[in-house]
Write a protein that binds this ligand. Structure first.
Ligand code: ZN
Length: 170
């Protein structure tokens, strides 16, 4: 039989496991990856994004450029738009953004404009990435500078894009 102390430790362990499963950057990146796969299923370049507030998803987005016939329909823009609508304001100053691909200039700009304090991205984008690949927009003296964590589930995020373009070339 477990002693009282052992039961408490057991519960703490279960809680830690639970929070890792549901609240870790990887868990949110997995949701962004699922959204990216949905986009790929429709023939869109697979990029997915989620915005979270205190461990809860408040916005989701996926690339919809082809079907939406608009250059503006990036995953991050949709996720930020949903979060603003859901939270009832443009300041997402307590939120985090998770996206499978390093943001482009437009989306990095939206992150600054929405005052998002923390960005987690997966794969680097050597052609358009604005978190250090082409330029580090967040190192410039704008009025808001988010913290950036790159390379979260990088292999899976990059692999999804690689497979998509390999399939296109067939
Ligand atoms: Zn973008």
């Amino acid at each position: 039989m477990l002693s009282g102390r052992a039961i408490i430790l057991d519960m703490e362990e279960a809680m830690i496991e639970h929070s890792e499963a549901t609240c870790s950057p990887q868990a949110f990146m997995r949701r962004a990856l699922a959204l990216a796969r949905e986009a790929a299923g429709r023939g869109e370049v697979p990029v997915g994004a989620v915005v979270t507030l205190r461990g809860e998803i408040v916005g989701e987005g996926q690339n919809r450029r082809e079907h939406g016939k608009s250059a503006l329909l990036h995953a991050e823009i949709e996720a930020i738009g949903q979060a603003c609508a859901r939270l009832g304001g443009w300041r997402l100053w307590e939120c985090e953004l998770f996206v499978t691909l390093e943001p482009c200039p437009m989306c990095a700009g939206a992150i600054v404009n929405a005052r998002i304090p923390r960005l987690v991205y997966g794969a680097r984008d050597p052609k358009a990435g604005c978190c250090g690949s082409v330029v580090d927009l967040f190192a410039l003296p704008f009025n808001h500078r988010p913290e950036v964590l790159g390379g979260c589930l990088e292999e899976e995020c990059a692999g999804l894009l690689r497979d998509f373009f390999a399939e296109l070339r067939k």
